[in-house]
Design a protein around this ligand. Sequence first.
Ligand SMILES: [Zn+2]
Length: 276
Amino acid sequence: MSAALVFAVFAVTLIAATVFYLFFYRTWRRERELKAPFPALWRQHLDSNVPLYRKLPEPLKRALEQRVQLFVSEKEFYGCDGFEVDDTVRVTIAGHACLLILARPYSDFDEVSSILVYPDAYHVRDIESDGLVVSESHEIRAGEASSRGQVVLAWKECEEAAGKPHSGHNVMLHEFAHQLDYLDGTADGAPPLEGEQARHWQISMTRAYEHLRHSLHHHHKPWLDPYGATEPAEFFAVLTEAFFQQPGHLKHEQPEVYKALQGYYRLDPTTLWQDA
Ligand SMILES: [Zn+2]
């Protein structure tokens, strides 16, 4: 058999195996996973640590539980700096992450592979070189997301966020929003959208982003967390926090932005729960 033929057979087998995994095995495994009852203890964790879960109507509670069940079974959780990941940690993080895809396909998180959890805000040392100068920076972070499907979170920040459901800050919603942004290959502040929805997103978000930057430039009190003005990707992540945690305020301040997010997330939080 020639080398070219061996390569062709290998390539066809690989493609067939990938198709089988993506379309049959994964679906079958998920269906099997959902046949198991949702653990009563996990429901207690959602009740205590995911405040928005408590406010959902029953059908949406069940939908969130199903997504949490898949998320916990498929994603790898790692404790860092001696932190021990238990079911409280897994369900709390999964519960917040899955709020974002509550009315969207679960496959939106297919690319998320692992969640690293530190006990508290963690220290990052970054070294950059342009060939001439090597610069070193140190940062304290509460969380981060990478385009390779990894999310890093500081548990203390997650616990604080879980205790303040109307504060406008939630590191879990923030970092998983970045994962949705990565789905089209770039962190540009726009998740995959098409047609009229993409056009409306582009217009309303650009206008609101410029408005936020303009307010900050003129030292006016901004309508959103100023961190959202650093770049469009952060704008989307910060807006997502506001959309879920302060929907009434966001809708009042920026109705077109709210409409764009409502279209993308396929939810209207103002009808599901109220701001504090
Ligand atoms: Zn961010």
